[in-house]
Design a protein around this ligand. Sequence first.
Ligand code: SAM
Ligand code: DTB
Ligand code: SF4
Length: 329
Amino acid sequence: MTLAETGQFFRHDWTTDEIVAVHDLPLLDLISRANSLHRNIHAVSDIQKASLLSIKTGGCPEDCAYCPQSAHYREVNLDKIDMMTTDAVLGIAARAKAAGADRFCMGAAWRNVRDGVAFDAVLDMVHGVRALGLEACVTLGMLNENQARRLQKAGLTAYNHNLDTGPEFYPNIVTTRTYEDRLATLRAVRAAGLQMCCGGIIGMGESVRDRASMLQILAGFDPHPESVPINALVPVEGTPLGQESRIDPIEFVRMVATTRIVLPAARVRLSAGRSVLSREAQILCMVAGANSIFYGEALLTTPNVTENEDDALFATLAPVQRTNESVHT
Ligand code: SAM
Ligand code: DTB
Ligand code: SF4
């Protein structure tokens, strides 16, 4: 029996204080603890590439302070785009698969899912993405259990719905829905047998305690969320957080490592904000337990690392190939 199978790593009773204490360990102790757990449970070279597409962009009635897609922030320079056609989405998914993606994630700037033609189209997209041999994930805002079940029947792998931060800081970021609304959607996702993709954003002015508080809530889910995106705020001009400064990359490393320790089996996704990390900082995040990236030129509405840069990153991670090299004796 492996250590993972004994279940000794999977705690659901973490306290926020304990998580803060882990987060604040001496950096090398923290990374080393995270890495040793990671190696016990995962193949360290297995870094999943997920491709991301905005299938309906902008005009969202929510007021999330970080989000360029909110209709509340009229100063944001964003082209609103109506729902894409299923054919167009599946064409992009096929290209992502050919480029090496393992998972295809589709996002819609909706407050919540409404039954009707647009949702039916999403079900077709999910079905088509799965038929291409890709994992499928969608993020569509709030939904009920019946809608989650329909997604599950269409073949959906996971539903992304982020808690974003801890409950205490949350009202500083969103006022048009509550933390409890968010949790209710996550319960519907789980009740339908879908995998749960749920994480947050760092660098919005929250404290380390707020970050720990979010992880404490995620640890309370049984089983733990299968997938946990860790985003660093991408400050977008015209949003209330547009003037925030970028976080120190070491904060990203600490958050990833803490997430790995609290949620050992999860796929921890190094998500938004990666494009300003050096190659070395990204690799340090992977040593600390990150095992997925978003692969492709764009996130939803903001630029990502280019595919060429990511191909170079993966070449750096690969075994060294020596050809025609003279051997010195
Ligand atoms: N409307 C749906 C929702 O809120 O669940 C789905 C789309 S929403 C854009 C998906 C996630 O993207 C958000 O929960 C947030 O964590 C992340 N996000 C949005 N804008 C961001 C930004 N500027 N920087 C970092 N992460 C961001
Ligand atoms: C997640 O946690 N991060 C992704 C995905 N889930 C949907 C979205 C990041 C969005 C960054 C801002 C933008 O490009 O609009
Ligand atoms: Fe709307 Fe989602 Fe953006 Fe919030 S994060 S404004 S719910 S698209």
